[in-house]
Design a protein around this ligand. Sequence first.
Ligand SMILES: NC(=O)c1ccc[n+]([C@@H]2O[C@H](COP(=O)([O-])OP(=O)(O)OC[C@H]3O[C@@H](n4cnc5c(N)ncnc54)[C@H](O)[C@@H]3O)[C@@H](O)[C@H]2O)c1
Length: 271
Amino acid sequence: MSELTATADPSSLQVLLAELPSGLLAGRRVLVTGGARGLGLAFAQCIAAAGARVVLADILGELAESEAEALRAAGHAAHALGVDLADPAAIEACAGEAIRLLGGLDGLVNNAAITNSGGRDAHQLDVDLWDRVMNVNVRGTWLMGRACHAALAASGRGAVVNLASDTALWGAPKLLAYASSKGAVISMTRSLAREWGGDQITVNAVAPGLTLVEATEYVPLARHQKYLEGRAIPREQQAADVCGAALYLLSGLSRFVTGQVLAVNGGFVMN
Ligand SMILES: NC(=O)c1ccc[n+]([C@@H]2O[C@H](COP(=O)([O-])OP(=O)(O)OC[C@H]3O[C@@H](n4cnc5c(N)ncnc54)[C@H](O)[C@@H]3O)[C@@H](O)[C@H]2O)c1
């Protein structure tokens, strides 16, 4: 164990990066949706540090660009694209441009999602919100995969990592649209894994537990407390805690792993 990993906060990104096997993703080309902030940004930073060239695509195009610029300043190969995953034509254009910029595609991290679905009871949820969440989280995930399929197949080692959520596994209340969308992402992951295995593409999902990012600041304290008390590892979950799972599922280490849901939640839900 290095001095850094022995003494630093075990949930920090620096510790994870210090432990990365060198060249884990060397030469790979990866598109990360929702890469401007939160988990998607942490994924993009780790993926770049693992040697891949990366495109950060997000509805927050300017923020994605400034994060790509920071990655370039640190010596990595990174680009940014603006995209609204609710718009099928924009998804096609984004995938095409990412594949052009990278000269092909080996990995897709379908991370972008509407993460705050209102915190309302199911009987008060409105149809517009349900439709928006489903369009971005489910249809957007499918359409981005579809738009990238040919390039991933051409790679010969394509890997899709879909972001699910443990809310789809434990029946989280007041999150009906969001949790349902993530349940659909899990089903989609399994169906695509069957259909695309013959194209040498693995399709897996990562299901994080409640992770501290800007977007989860709205989550009531009681839910944070419930997670804290329910985890086998009794501490808050950080974005860096989820990165190892994504790196593994994008790398050659998981070449025969497909159709799986990797729950990363400190043991809150044991799948
Ligand atoms: N943070 C958690 O507790 C947690 C837990 C389980 C699963 N997840 C999943 O992890 C992923 C990342 O979530 P996060 O917590 O970092 O939240 P976040 O809101 O910070 O990240 C979502 C990203 O997606 C982008 N996005 C939203 N709508 C978009 C659209 N229409 N088109 C393009 N981009 C769009 C946002 O701008 C943002 O950058 C999501 O799929 C989320 O469901 C998060």
